[in-house]
Ligand binder design. Structure first.
Ligand code: URP
Ligand code: ZN
Ligand code: ZN
Length: 466
């Protein structure tokens, strides 16, 4: 069946242009100058709307076992919320813990996602125990499983932590097989000392989560990861959830040298702060406990991150969607901030929150689309199947209404969370219609998708390397 998306403004890599987009089955068949498309197909009227590629959230943790509990969005609830918010592909993290077989971890994630996802999905692999077996498994995942990116942790000793020798070995392996190393760059052992000292002083409130993870320990780990990647013959490196100015400086310095060093940030670091959210009275700040933490509003982090997005020192905006409810989950940390499960849920709101950056004059329309769709597709080996409005690409398309308005609230969101990290936020723009592989799954506030329609996307190697 053919459908013509007519009268809209397509946002491409070079900026906006008026065009009609012909969808045939699951793919984009053609792009016509206005008025040049043949008559015949059903028409979706896109007058006054932006026509953008379905967004790709390259960092989610649906139903992730973490912090003594499990992230509250299932693949069903989380991908449905993502779809409603204009995201048509997620890349979630399958997990191997120390002592487990990598392929078993992957099989567990395939089992969790089977018949559950509303949109297409891929996996990165968390390697929580780098050893001879897991290194060999990395080759197999790249060659046969469509998994071409591996996350390592310099944080969380005793959970996912890798020491420098393990990191170097994994980077050497990635250098050989073409994969990308994704790094949680915080100095975990040093943070653990600060956490213990804070608790001994009776500093138990959520704000101390942030105060015991100073930006220096993110910058130091970022720098160390960059140097280790250099020792591993310039293994491609992608820093996840970058939150702080000093960490960004490390990435920028490496990129200025032409290195294959990339970074993402997340909406929470662009907008929220240690004082206003994490430091909220009582236990309320627990809503915003995540790692890396929110940073001080008295420093230049947020302005620097927006600037980094403009200059491509930050290439991607992901959510790091890792939701927990206050009740029974975040509450585990009453009286001890270190027991609050780490994570924020925003998978439904990333497209809108970044569009607000366009409205505020911080990002161009082209850069909005690049950071939420095109670059994630290229970075993680899904381009040009995903991430672009082009003939032959999957018809993952969002009609975005710049004259609409989005009000975010726990009362109206679709994520499985009993609060919103963005309660009361108003955005100048609105997701109007969402197509996933040619099927309209959301339109005018009505959701018509279904669990199980999303397909696993085996990914190729990154085509973003210099
Ligand atoms: O707080 C966070 N980021 N939780 C999810 C796990 C991770 O480190 O990405
Ligand atoms: Zn992380
Ligand atoms: Zn994460």
């Amino acid at each position: 069946m053919s459908t013509l998306i007519k009268g809209g403004t397509v946002i491409g890599p070079t900026g906006p242009y008026p065009a009609d987009v012909l969808v045939d089955g699951e793919t984009i068949a053609a792009i016509f100058a206005p008025g040049r498309a043949p008559d015949g197909p059903d028409v979706i009227d896109a007058t006054g709307k932006y026509v953008i590629p379905g967004a790709i959230d390259a960092h989610t943790h649906m139903q992730m076992p973490f912090g003594g509990t499990e992230a509250s969005d299932t693949f069903d609830t989380g991908t449905r919320a993502a779809a409603i918010g204009g995201t048509t592909t997620i890349i979630d993290f399958a997990i191997q813990r120390y002592g487990e077989v990598v392929q078993d971890g992957l099989a567990a994630w395939h089992a969790k996602t089977a018949d559950q996802c509303h949109i297409d999905y891929g996996f990165h692999m968390i390697v929580g125990g780098v050893d001879d077996d897991s290194l060999k498994a990395m080759d197999q995942l790249v060659a046969s499983e469509g998994i071409t990116s591996f996350k390592l942790f310099m944080a969380y000793p005793g959970v996912f932590y890798s020491d420098d020798g393990q990191i170097l070995r994994a980077m050497q392996k990635a250098r050989d097989n073409g994969a990308l190393i994704m790094m949680h760059a915080e100095n975990g052992p040093a943070i653990d000392v600060l956490v213990k000292q804070a608790l001994e002083r009776g500093e138990t409130d959520p704000v101390f989560h942030g105060l015991t993870r100073p930006q220096e320990l993110e910058a130091e780990a970022t720098s160390r990861a960059i140097w280790l990647a250099s020792v591993a013959a310039d293994c491609p490196l992608y820093i996840v959830h970058l939150s702080a100015s000093k960490a960004l400086e490390q990435v920028k310095a490496a990129r200025d040298l032409g290195r294959n060093v990339f970074a993402e940030t997340c909406p929470q670091y662009l907008y929220l702060t240690l004082e206003d959210q994490l430091g909220a009275p009582g236990f309320d700040g627990a809503k915003w406990v995540c790692s890396t933490p929110l940073r001080s509003k008295h420093e230049s982090h947020r302005a620097d991150l927006w600037q980094g997005l403009r200059t491509n020192d930050l290439s991607v905006v992901s959510t790091d969607h890792c939701p927990f409810c206050m009740k029974d989950q975040k509450e585990m940390g009453i009286g001890d901030f270190s027991k609050i499960p780490n994570g924020i849920g925003s998978v439904e709101h990333r497209v809108d929150l970044l569009y607000q950056g366009v409205v505020d004059g911080k990002l161009s329309l082209a850069r909005w689309v690049e950071t939420i769709a095109t670059t994630p597709a290229r970075m993680f080996g899904m381009y040009p199947r995903k991430g672009i409005i082009a003939p032959g690409s999957d018809a993952d398309i969002v009609l975005y209404d710049p004259n609409g308005r989005t009000r975010i609230s726990v009362e109206t969101h679709h994520m499985n969370m009993d609060y919103s990290a963005w309660e009361g936020w108003e955005i100048d723009g609105k997701v109007d219609t969402v197509l996933s592989r040619g099927e309209v799954i959301a339109s005018g506030g009505e959701y018509t998708g279904r669990a199980g329609r999303g397909k696993y996307v085996p990914r190729g190697l990154s085509d973003y390397l210099v």
